[in-house]
Each structure stands twice: as structure tokens, then as C-alpha cells.
Design a protein around this ligand. Structure first.
Ligand code: SF4
Ligand code: SF4
Length: 489
């Protein structure tokens, strides 16, 4: 190993940790503040060593070395924009992660918080001229944190009953949502809000209630297993319906299927498909994640022209299947296994619906939608999948729809998977920031291609007293194909 590729102070070891070395911020990057923050602390010694070993097994060291500390990513980082703290920037976090792996930085509570506060929005990847794949650093590092107990928390009631027990199961989730639907229907939710009764709920349940769409739409039946193309058949595609999206946004799945049919696609909706696994992956729960990957690979026939996804977060996870399987050190057998070649072939067919329609060549819709629209770039579409122009090109085909610029359109809205349930304060700040930018553009409709962004933005617009619908691009295309207006959805 030559000098440039060697860890600065060797791999993490109990000796290194015991020596109490601390740890300045490498190369003085994060400055004095970091020096104070990363001071050694006995309680974190064993956690540091365990996380370092686990992270080192998952992350090829060369990935850290790609960062040349230029700082060009900092202005693109939402948490840095909000706090101004170098440790909340991509450059600072790469330094911290590398320092933990090297055994130079103790995994103190404060270091851990800087890493946990990362949205994994991957805006820094887009900004980085050196091609640093930040997502392939922070994601396996967070897995190592969780698996080595370094996150400082065991799975609590929220993780067990809500994140794992409810979210990945659309049928269960719809049963729970039915109760919320009745509350809304009878206007009891307003009574409970006005009397302050909702304040008695645990904060994360309160936050979930706040994010619920108003009104909830639960009337759509499940999609049939096959929907035929309209006109000449151009492709046969599988539609990925996911978990939370299938519970809360089934109307978007129907709109997606209709738009695909309209564009000459047979749409196959496999019954046995399931959650993409992101919920488990991001909390370090690799076994269920692998089982879900194997189940999805089996559910989608190998001869489909594409597996089409309409949720940017799920699409990004599906496209990352090869990486997340390779990075896991253990190779399980049984239901959690999937042959690497099969995973790569599946990933090669995954397309976001906007990407797919743009590649296929859209049959332009005819129905006019006279409205001013702003487009919010979902992080997992623009930064993780590199899809920026395709959704805009599709929207431009809608007669009389005027796409107006949105300042900071590609800065995270704070949704970031379940981030807005776990990091409420930062998610609130980013949600307010996004709503301010949207209000300044005075749109009639907001468009975004991710279910989480739809919920977060709609909640913050409501909070500002703005009655502006937040739709997926395929919903607008569908309305235009059917000759309906935005109000008719
Ligand atoms: S992923 Fe997003 S929040 Fe995290 S460091 Fe990069 S830009 Fe900042
Ligand atoms: S991640 Fe990229 S842009 Fe950011 S400091 Fe490192 S090399 Fe520069």
C-alpha cells in the first residue's frame, strides 16, 4: 500500500482508542470546533472500534481518498446551509467517517449526531467535481453504526411497530389509515387539533398525523395484475408499487398505469412484489432487506422491458441493489440470497417512470391544463439517479401548462425517507425553507416525483395557509390525457 492509500493512523484498534488520541479534524478541515467536539470519551471507545471494523469491511478505503477536500460540495448541502457547521457538511462528514475508520476520531455523541443529521440526499454527489460517491460512504457507514450498536439506540417501539411493523405492509397500513380517514371525514381531526388532544400523542405519531394528506384518498382498489396497452404495443413493463406509496398514493399508481397504457405499454403488476427494503437498509437491518430484494427479483418476470417505479426513493434503492448486496460482508443462504448476476440484470431494467417515458418517446397529451407549475427535484431522482431534464420535458408536453422556475428546486425539502419522522427539527427547517421558495413562485400546482416529498411539501404549504395541490408528474399527464383539470383530480 503506498503512502497515498494508507490510512492516516492505521486501522481502528482498541490500543489506538485506549491511547486517548483524539483527534483533530484532519487537515484542519473542520477547524477548532471539531477539535473540541471529537475529544475522546471512554464510553465511545468500544463503539468506535466496533463501528470502525464494520465500516472498514463495507467501504473500500479508496472511496474516502477520492475526496480532495475542495469544499465545492458545501454550498449544495442542506444541513450545512442551515447550520453553517463544517461538521454538518459533506466534507466534514467524510472527514469524520474516515477518522473513525482510521481510529483517529472517537465516535462521541456529537460526532454521531453530525452523521445522523445527514439527509442522505446526495446533493453533494451532484456538486462534487471529483466524482465522490458520497451515498456509498454514508449509507454503509450508517449500516455499520446501527449494526455495531454505535447508533446508541436499540430499536424502540417506533422502529418495531411503525417502521418495521407497519410501513412495509400496505394492507396493514391501509387498515390504520382507514381510522384516520374516518377522523378526517367526521372532522374529528379538527376537533382533536383545536382542543390540543393531539399533543398527547408521542411526537413521532403527532408528526405522522401532521404529514397525512388532506383529504386521504383510500377508495382506489388494488391494480389488476395486467393492464393492456392502448393502440400499438411498444413495450411490456412491470410496475413497482412498493409499500407506503401503495397505501397512501395508490391513485398515483393508477395514473402511472393509465399513462403507460396510453403510451402503448402492457403493464404487469406482480402480486408478490414487496417493499424495496430501504426502510430496513437505512436502519442497518440487513437480513429482512435481503429477503425483500430476493422476493422482488422473483416477483418481476425476467422478460419485462423495464421495471417502472414512480417513487424516487424506491427507484434509487432498487438501482442500488447491486451495491448494497456487495457491501454486506456476510453472504446469507436461503430466502435472503439472490445470485449477483440476477441482481445486476434486475437493476439494469429499473427505470423511473419519467425516465422511461422520456426514453420511449411520449405520445403528447392533448387536454389543456392552464396552470402555473413549479417542479421540485426529489433528491433521490435528481442526485441519486441523475434525472433532471426528463420530468421537465414531459411536463412541457402538457398544453397550456406553464413551468415556472423554482429557486433551490434541487435542495432537499426535509422528507428524506423517514428523516422527517426521526429528525423533526431539521426536517421542519428544510420544509419551511422549501415552502417559502414555493410561495415566492406563486404556482397553481407543485409537481414532484416522490411520495415523501409530496407529503412533506403539502404539509408545509398547509402550515403556511397555502392551498396548492402537490402532484406527481404522471398525475398531470394523466389529467391531460383524460381532458380533466387539476381541480378534477
Ligand atoms: S447527503 Fe445531503 S445532507 Fe448529507 S452531506 Fe451530502 S448534501 Fe449534505
Ligand atoms: S466531496 Fe467532492 S466536492 Fe466535497 S470536498 Fe470532497 S472532493 Fe470536494
Amino acid at each position: 500500500m503506498n503512502e497515498s492509500t494508507r490510512p492516516m493512523s492505521g486501522p481502528a484498534s482498541p490500543e489506538a482508542a485506549r491511547s486517548g488520541t483524539t483527534v483533530s479534524s484532519a487537515d484542519g478541515l473542520a477547524g477548532d470546533q471539531s477539535k473540541a467536539e471529537v475529544t475522546s470519551d471512554r464510553a465511545s471507545v468500544s463503539a468506535s472500534a466496533a463501528v470502525a471494523a464494520s465500516a472498514a469491511a463495507r467501504i473500500p478505503y479508496e472511496r474516502f481518498l477520492q475526496c480532495v477536500h475542495c469544499g465545492l460540495c458545501t454550498a449544495a448541502c442542506p444541513t450545512y446551509l442551515e447550520t453553517g457547521n463544517e461538521n454538518d457538511s459533506p466534507r466534514g462528514r467524510i472527514y469524520l467517517m474516515r477518522g473513525v475508520v482510521d481510529g483517529r476520531v472517537e465516535l462521541s455523541e456529537r460526532v454521531r449526531r453530525h452523521l445522523e443529521l445527514c439527509l442522505d440526499c446526495r446533493s453533494c454527489e451532484t456538486a462534487c467535481p471529483s466524482g465522490v460517491r458520497y451515498g456509498r460512504l454514508i449509507e454503509p457507514f450508517k449500516v455499520a453504526l446501527h449494526r455495531s450498536g454505535g447508533s446508541g439506540r436499540r430499536a424502540g417501539w417506533f422502529e418495531r411497530f411503525v417502521l418495521y411493523g407497519l410501513f412495509p405492509h400496505p394492507r396493514r397500513m391501509r387498515r390504520v389509515l382507514r381510522a384516520a380517514w374516518w377522523l378526517q371525514r367526521l372532522r374529528l381531526d379538527r376537533v382533536l387539533e383545536a382542543t390540543g388532544a393531539f399533543r398527547l400523542l408521542p411526537p413521532r405519531l403527532r408528526q405522522m398525523h401532521r404529514l397525512l394528506p388532506r383529504p386521504l384518498r383510500l377508495s382506489e382498489p388494488p391494480l389488476p395484475e395486467r393492464l393492456p396497452a392502448r393502440g400499438r404495443r411498444r413495450a411490456v413493463v412491470g410496475l413497482f408499487t412498493g409499500c407506503v406509496a401503495d397505501a397512501l398514493f395508490r391513485h398515483v399508481h393508477w395514473a402511472t398505469a393509465r399513462v403507460l397504457q396510453e403510451n402503448g405499454c402492457d403493464v404487469v403488476v406482480p402480486r408478490n412484489q414487496c417493499c424495496c427494503g430501504a426502510i430496513f437498509y437505512h436502519s442497518g437491518n440487513e437480513r429482512p432487506m435481503r429477503e425483500l430484494i430476493a422476493a422482488n427479483l422473483e416477483a418481476f418476470p425476467a422478460d419485462l422491458d423495464a421495471v417502472v417505479v414512480n417513487v424516487a426513493g424506491c427507484g434509487s434503492m432498487l438501482k442500488d441493489y447491486v451495491a448494497v448486496v456487495e457491501e454486506a460482508p456476510e453472504r446469507p443462504s436461503g430466502p435472503a440470497s439472490a445470485a449477483p448476476g440476477d441482481v445486476a440484470a434486475f437493476v439494469g431494467r429499473v427505470r423511473d417512470v419519467t425516465e422511461f417515458l422520456d426514453e420511449l418517446g411520449i405520445r403528447p397529451p392533448r387536454g389543456p391544463i392552464p396552470a402555473r407549475a413549479v417542479y421540485h427535484d426529489a433528491c433521490h431522482l435528481v442526485h441519486a439517479q441523475g434525472i433532471r431534464a426528463a420530468p421537465r420535458r414531459l411536463l412541457e408536453t402538457v398544453p397550456q401548462l406553464e413551468l415556472v422556475p423554482l429557486e433551490e428546486s434541487d435542495i432537499c425539502c426535509g422528507a428524506a425517507g423517514s428523516y422527517n419522522l426521526t429528525e423533526v427539527e431539521m426536517a421542519e427547517r428544510l420544509g419551511r425553507r422549501k415552502a417559502e421558495r414555493i410561495a415566492a413562485a406563486r404556482p397553481d400546482v407543485v409537481v414532484t416525483a416522490n411520495a415523501g416529498c409530496q407529503l412533506q411539501i403539502a404539509a408545509h404549504l398547509r402550515q403556511r395557509g397555502l392551498d396548492v395541490p402537490v402532484l406527481h408528474p404522471v398525475e398531470l399527464l394523466d389529467l391531460s390525457y383524460r381532458g380533466h383539470s387539476v381541480c378534477a383530480r
